[in-house]
Design a protein around this ligand. Structure first.
Ligand code: SF4
Length: 156
């Protein structure tokens, strides 16, 4: 396991993006940071800067106005990166399905790696999703490193 891999696994940086839901799932994500669940004991850090983030936690259905913003945030995140869709709204559009101002789930805009079900989600489910996302993140990291090695061999 490389040093970057170990660091990521030990301390993933997470950006929390709310795209137009009812805030119920947002509150559960915030609960993960409180002493009861305390995700920081696993090294999870919250960041507001997409350029520092490994994981994007998206809550709520995507509003039409937010579509370009979420794409922009995703593009700014360095590779490898993972996206977690938190809650029914983020996964399918939920109760907002068919509303004139919404365009559905997050996977209509950016690729999603993990879907956390619930309306609203439980903090334990969010933590489960994060653990799953970290495995996917490490797998992506490994692939990138292998590709780099293969390229370097080809160039030599
Ligand atoms: S899934 Fe439920 S709790 Fe979460 S944002 Fe949608 S309506 Fe609100």
């Amino acid at each position: 396991m490389s040093l970057t891999e170990i660091s990521r696994k030990k301390s993933p940086w997470v950006i929390h993006v709310g795209t137009g839901g009812c805030n119920g799932c947002d509150l559960e994500i915030l609960a993960c940071l409180t002493p009861r669940y305390d995700v920081s004991r696993f090294g999870v850090m919250s960041t507001g800067n997409p350029k520092h983030a490994d994981v994007m936690l998206v809550v709520g259905p995507v509003t039409i106005k937010y579509k370009e913003i979420i794409k922009n945030l995703y593009d700014q995140m360095p590779d490898p990166k993972v996206v977690i869709s938190v809650g029914t709204c983020a996964s399918t559009g939920g109760i907002y399905q068919g509303c004139y101002g919404h365009c559905g789930g997050v996977d209509k805009v950016v690729p999603v790696d993990v879907y956390v079900p619930g309306c609203n989600v439980r903090p334990e489910a969010v933590i489960d999703g994060l653990v799953l996302a970290l495995d996917i993140l490490n797998e992506k990291e490994r692939k990138i490193l292998e590709e780099k090695k293969a390229k370097a061999k080809g160039a030599a």
